[in-house]
Design a protein around this ligand. Structure first.
Ligand SMILES: *Cc1c(COP(=O)(O)O)cnc(C)c1O
Length: 366
């Protein structure tokens, strides 16, 4: 079975981890500092602060911007649950705005109507590795005095009009095992603002600048040098990984020709790094997934239930109707697009997709 994700780990990662083990310095230390420097360079920003996960990156970014109880944060319902949960963790309330059905990202036309006197921030998600419409989102944020916190967990190395994700607002990245680069678990926050960077460093380490002196409530969200060593080795391969994903996507774009599937839309002004290659299926999606599985092609659904319809959010009283998110959550199906795919596997995926047999849902889009 061709799996939907496969981490690429080589001798660089192995040797880097061994070197840290042998150094005897395992917790946050010189490897984390180097990783932060290099990550900031890749994102074209002055500061990067390493943390334990993408979730804690989002949470600390919100706290660093002063978001808390009584505040609202506008975000996408068509994302991983961590996007919205990071907002809840601060005591603030996620306000969901529907997505554009072409690129699955926040629909910038709908944002202003969702702004209230309580709104403090907009949190766009660069879903599947394609940047959200950052110029318009940043202009709206500026007009209303709001912070922009980018959920760039899936979009390291992507650009919007030539500018890297994570450089528009406060950028939050994940280094989870299946992301475009990884450290097992881990996260990174990027910013040009030295005050935000300082707040992030305080919050990740018990509000402490000088050991055993504590200025405010903080957490232990420190990355280890073991993880940073893996992350550094991966960051050195990021460009190669991104190019391989983009080339795999281009191959699918050229060769997939089944009339029942819609291939991803790529905006002309972005570099989409294809964390996922997501089809829309005009028919029985689960049956298509079953047939692809039988042909040896692993698939996944990101995401089968939009966040506002998760039990967790219904229990909180959310009853929003967000028709685009609800529709695409029934149609999306991701194919393997990762850089570990061989040419044979790529071809096998195309053959399997073009051979799908489904009864078309006649009035699907009526
Ligand atoms: C992976 C992911 C996160 C959370 O990152 P973790 O490192 O798993 O905590 C947040 N948002 C999106 C869109 C993600 O894909």
């Amino acid at each position: 079975m061709i799996s939907i994700a496969r981490p690429l780990i080589g001798p660089e990662e192995e040797e880097a981890v061994l070197a840290v083990l042998r150094s005897g310095m395992l917790a946050q230390g010189p490897q984390v500092a180097r990783f932060e420097e290099e990550f900031a360079r890749v994102c074209g920003v002055r500061h990067a602060v390493a943390v334990t996960s993408g979730t804690t990156a989002l949470f600390l970014a919100l706290l660093a911007h002063g978001v808390g109880a009584g505040d609202e944060v506008i975000t996408s319902p068509f994302s991983f649950i961590a996007t919205a949960n990071s907002i809840l963790m601060t005591g603030a309330r996620p306000v969901f705005v529907d997505i554009d059905e072409r690129d699955f990202n926040l629909d910038a036309d709908l944002i202003e109507a969702a702004i209230t006197p309580r709104t403090r921030a907009i949190m766009p998600v660069h879903l599947y590795g394609q940047p959200a419409e950052m110029e318009r989102i940043c202009a709206i944020a500026e007009r209303h005095g709001l912070a922009v916190i980018e959920d760039a967990a899936q979009a390291v190395g992507a650009t919007y009009r030539g500018r890297p994700t994570g450089s528009f607002g406060t950028g939050c990245f994940s280094l989870y095992a299946t992301k475009n680069i990884m450290s097992g678990e881990g996260g990174m926050v990027t910013t040009d603002d030295p005050q935000i960077a300082d707040r992030l460093r305080l919050l990740r380490s018990h509000g402490s600048r000088v050991r055993y002196y504590h200025d405010e409530l903080g957490y232990n969200f420190r990355l280890t040098d073991l993880q940073a060593a893996i992350g550094l080795a991966q960051l050195g391969k990021l460009e190669r990984f991104s190019q391989a994903r983009i080339a795999n996507a281009a191959y699918f774009e050229q060769h997939i020709s089944h009339p029942g599937v819609t291939k991803p839309y790529v905006r002309s002004d972005v570099r989409h790094v294809f964390h996922q290659y997501t089809l829309r299926i005009a028919g029985d999606r689960d049956e298509v997934a079953r047939q692809l599985g039988e042909a040896g092609v692993g698939t996944a659904v990101f995401y089968p239930v939009p966040i506002h319809q998760q039990k967790q959010f219904r229990d909180l009283g959310y009853s929003d109707q967000l028709p685009v998110s609800e529709q695409v959550s029934r149609e999306v199906l991701a194919l393997p697009v990762h850089p570990a795919l061989s040419d044979e596997e790529r071809a096998q995926i195309v053959v399997a997709v073009n051979a799908i047999q489904v009864a078309e849902r006649a009035l699907a889009r009526a």
